[in-house]
Ligand binder design. Structure first.
Ligand SMILES: O=C(O)CCC(=O)C(=O)O
Length: 320
């Protein structure tokens, strides 16, 4: 018998992604207040960093990085120059590949470690028990975050600390670039409705507004094909921006709107074998798609230029 999965009315993620504009803003207010308390400099960023004039002014403050080569060897046979050139032109560089031993160790760690469903620390389960967890908690579970539990995975820490990542970040964002996120999470296929499914930041183009200047490295830890919910990035949308997408309260916008302006052929779908990775400027429109066949395991290492938020470090965006 099919187990009935219902979205709870109090599900804040769901309202934040799907409700009316005012409701979507209203449920985020506690999160915004927490951001403001943690760092008052967050407010001007939050208001102005969505506009090109605001961003361009902030880019003028970027300090030049030192040009000397990183002291430690990198696991990636890639030059900083190649990545930075592609980032400036397209907003994305796609030629990253983790060594087999590294992505396999991260995968094994994520399988062995209970994750938290839908960003909710009360929904704890192992990825292999996803179906049972949906039954137990009586709701669709679209994402499973490891949060700080990834810190005990040595391979993940090697990726986080790889000298190429910070070197690319400094040459793209400026010498003040620093680590602001490290997260590993599952996206699961589920029998939820389309509306339910978009609650895990899946299925909706958006841009990130956590800092003035940001860069995110993503790694597909398992094989990702069309059925695994690949990431999609809209090339060029990090530097050419419609007024509607600058003077907006919301970071999420409908696909027809985004692709209508930036062009359907600008959308790059990041399928690839286990370990394949890319680095993007997340001010460009992007999204994770909803897996239809198999779960996706993703690792993200993010860089910014401001003091990092402790809460957001492992990907906890909404306060409950
Ligand atoms: O799941 C994904 O591929 C997208 C993640 C995302 O949108 C983000 O980190 O801002």
């Amino acid at each position: 018998m099919m187990h009935k999965l219902e979205t709870r009315p109090q599900d804040l993620d769901s309202i934040a992604r799907n409700g009316s504009t005012l409701r979507r803003m209203a449920v985020r207010i506690p999160t915004y207040l927490a951001d403001l308390r943690e760092n008052p400099a967050w407010l001007p960023m939050f208001v102005l960093a969505r506009t090109m004039p605001g961003r361009n002014l902030h880019w003028l403050t970027a300090r030049k990085p030192k040009t000397s080569a990183p002291a430690q060897p990198s696991m990636f046979p890639v030059t900083t120059q190649a990545a930075v050139t592609a980032l400036k032109d397209d907003g994305i560089f796609t030629n990253l590949q983790l060594p087999k031993a590294v992505h396999e160790e991260i995968h094994a760690h994520a399988l062995a470690t209970p994750c938290f469903g839908n960003f909710d620390r009360k929904l704890e389960f192992k990825a292999s028990e996803h179906a049972e967890a949906e039954k137990k908690y009586g709701r669709p579970i679209l994402s499973g975050h490891l949060f700080e539990r990834i810190l005990t995975c040595e391979a993940a820490m090697q990726v986080q600390k790889d000298p190429l990542l910070i070197d690319i970040a400094k040459h793209y964002l400026g010498a003040e670039a620093k680590l602001i996120t490290t997260r590993v999470w599952w996206s699961f296929p589920t029998s939820a409705t389309e509306k339910d499914q978009s609650m895990a930041s899946l299925g909706k183009f958006h841009f990130d507004l956590d800092d003035w200047r940001m860069l995110k490295f993503f790694f597909n830890i398992n094989d990702v094909n069309e059925g695994t919910g690949p990431h999609v990035f809209v090339r060029g949308s990090h530097r050419r921006r419609s007024l509607k997408h600058q003077y907006t309260l919301l970071v999420g916008h409908p696909a027809e709107d985004v692709l209508g302006y930036y062009g359907a052929d600008s959308a790059l779908t990041l399928t690839g074998p286990a370990g394949s990775g890319f680095v993007e400027d997340p001010f460009g429109f992007h999204m994770g798609t909803v897996p239809t066949q198999t779960p996706r395991l993703m690792m993200e290492v993010g860089f910014g230029v401001s003091t990092p938020s402790k809460r957001r470090f492992h990907g906890e965006p909404i306060l409950r």
